[in-house]
Design a protein around this ligand. Structure first.
Ligand SMILES: CC(=O)N[C@H]1[C@@H](OP(=O)(O)OP(=O)(O)OC[C@H]2O[C@@H](n3ccc(=O)[nH]c3=O)[C@H](O)[C@@H]2O)O[C@H](CO)[C@@H](O)[C@@H]1O[C@H](C)C(=O)N[C@@H](C)C(=O)N[C@@H](CCC(=O)O)C(=O)O
Ligand SMILES: Nc1ncnc2c1ncn2[C@@H]1O[C@H](COP(=O)(O)OP(=O)(O)OP(=O)(O)O)[C@@H](O)[C@H]1O
Length: 474
């Protein structure tokens, strides 16, 4: 297939031109095979005017680790079909074809509506950053051309917990709290990096309690990205949710224990209702629960153990776990080479929220330097504190959380006659009204979000572990 598209460099123009050249996006096939030591899944999508002259994508997934019991793959089809619908958007976004045709299965009208909402909200950042109006008339239309209808599946004797482990701090805390249930837990790693394995090693998980998924993006998509086809953020946690439920069917697991915090509910661009972390939000959690109940497997339970908490609370709680800080990795920029890059928004935010609870020398050693002393990071610091035009498109806590941590550090320094870190001194000398009082800081750290859907047992687990603590000695 010749690639006859050259980027104009202007999102909106690209979008219209691409939609003309690639009017149709087809989800044509899903196939799977239970091989000797792994399950192999392959999808087929194509985009163009017709299949003879189209761009074909064939992404694949390999599931291995804990052995798969004979016969347990028999109810996989509906799960694999729905997983294909979330895989699809990574490829659809390259050309934004107006028509999506599903040939691998059929969807009811209510399901089409559900998927449209996820596509539009989950790709909110993608549309915004490419200058595309999300409410562009007829932006995406979904049709099905298949007689294959999937009914919700009833799977009996479900038990235990599936815990996705990303190598960051949040799933680390979940594993800490789920220690008592350890023999009932299965950890799931997608394309694992060192921090994910280190986390499992820290908690001594044996390999037969680990499921690994190797996800292979079709290299054609990466080629198209280089040529200037449309690219951008996709709702990664929604992919994990569908992938996780497919694993729950395969291994007969009852609970998907996510590690999304309440901070993820807040929009990145409030005026446009765009949330970089949309699929980590409570809105998505509720939508997904409904989808499971109505369309996939009503006896599965999907919830986030950390939903009542904010990022600053999680940081306080983790800093009390011996050795934790040198195990996990939150920096996405250095994801593949390991460690903290020391200059991205995620590094600076993480440093800020851990700094009040960890000795300066220790935390500087872990991050490579004292990030709050780096003048060059001041404009990034302002963006974390709500004093820039745009918040960074990263998984971060809210502006109020940044200000609470910064104010806490300021008060602590003043109380001991020390100079506050450079970035904090500069922030509050330029914007004195942003400095929070001790009471306001304490209240922010104590705030527990009541919007969650934790089953009773897991709520008790959270309550047992979240103990309010005075932040100031006097
Ligand atoms: C982009 C992405 O989702 N990356 C996650 C992916 O990484 P992978 O190594 O497979 O690809 P990248 O090198 O990041 O991207 C290369 C190109 O591939 C395309 N692409 C990739 C993934 C995808 O789902 N769709 C795509 O179209 C795209 O064109 C890229 O240019 O898997 C990893 C795990 O295996 C994840 O860790 C990667 O996530 C990144 C660390 C990351 O920054 N992800 C952001 C999307 C992000 O903000 N993630 C949030 C979750 C937000 C949400 O749930 O909505 C987070 O993890 O904190
Ligand atoms: N590659 C992955 N494999 C399995 N689960 C993952 C993966 N990436 C992320 N997750 C899951 O998604 C959750 C949110 O991911 P995120 O990148 O925000 O990291 P985190 O663990 O929450 O911590 P941090 O804020 O330190 O990055 C994780 O807690 C984990 O449960």
């Amino acid at each position: 297939m010749k690639m006859d598209y050259v980027s104009s460099g202007i999102g909106k123009t690209d979008f219209l031109q691409l939609r003309k050249l690639y009017p149709l996006f087809v989800f044509s096939r899903v196939s799977w095979e239970n091989r000797l030591d792994h399950l192999y899944i392959e999808y087929e999508f194509w985009t163009g005017k017709n299949s003879r002259n189209a761009l074909f994508f064939r992404p694949s997934l390999k599931v291995y680790g804990r052995p798969i019991e004979k016969g347990s793959a028999e109810w996989l089809d509906p799960f694999l079909f729905q997983l294909g619908l979330i895989e699809l958007i990574s490829y659809w976004k390259a050309t934004c074809s107006p028509e999506i045709l599903i040939q691998a299965g059929s969807l009811a009208a209510s399901q089409i509506k559900w998927w449209q909402k996820l596509y539009l909200k989950g790709l909110g950042e993608f549309f915004f950053r490419n200058g595309i109006e999300r409410d562009y008339p007829g932006i995406l239309h979904i049709e099905c051309d298949s007689a294959k209808q999937f009914r919700p599946v009833e799977i009996f004797s479900l038990q235990g917990n599936l815990i996705p482990v990303g190598g960051g701090k949040d799933s680390f805390l979940t594993l800490e709290w789920m220690k008592e249930e350890k023999e009932n837990n299965l950890c799931f790693l997608l394309n694992p990096i060192k921090a994910q394995w280190d986390t499992l090693r820290y908690f001594s998980y044996p390999l037969d309690q680990v499921i690994v998924v190797e996800r292979q993006i079709d290299s054609l998509l990466l080629g198209l990205n280089k040529k200037g086809f449309l690219n951008g953020h996709t709702p990664f946690s929604a992919l994990l949710a569908f992938l996780g439920t497919m694993l729950m069917a395969l291994y007969k697991i009852k609970n998907y224990v996510a590690s999304q915090e309440s901070s993820a509910n807040h929009p990145t661009v409030p005026s446009e209702s765009i949330n970089h972390q949309y699929s980590k939000s409570y809105e998505f959690e509720r939508d997904f629960q409904k989808f499971l109940a109505d369309s996939l497997c009503p006896s599965f339970s999907y919830f986030s153990l950390l939903r009542p908490l904010s990022e600053i609370q999680i940081a306080r709680l983790i800093s009390e776990i011996p050795g934790a800080l040198s195990v996990f990795q939150s920096c996405n920029k250095n994801r593949h080479c390991g460690g903290w890059c020391g200059h991205c928004a995620k590094c600076l935010f993480s440093f800020l929220i851990f700094r009040p609870f960890v000795e300066a020398q220790k935390i500087s050693g872990i991050f490579g330097s004292d990030l709050l002393e780096k003048q060059s990071l001041f404009s990034l610091f302002l963006s974390l504190c709500g004093k820039a035009e745009q918040r960074p498109f990263e998984c971060l806590g809210t502006e109020e959380e940044s200000l609470a941590a910064a104010s806490l550090l300021w008060h602590k320094a003043k109380a001991t006659g020390k100079k506050p870190p450079v970035l904090i001194e500069k922030l509050f000398s330029q914007y004195p009204h942003l400095l929070m009082t001790r009471n306001a800081i304490q209240a922010t750290y104590d705030l527990v979000n009541t919007e969650h859907s934790l089953p009773k047992k897991f709520l008790s687990l959270l309550q047992k572990n979240v103990i309010k603590k005075a932040l100031f000695d006097d």
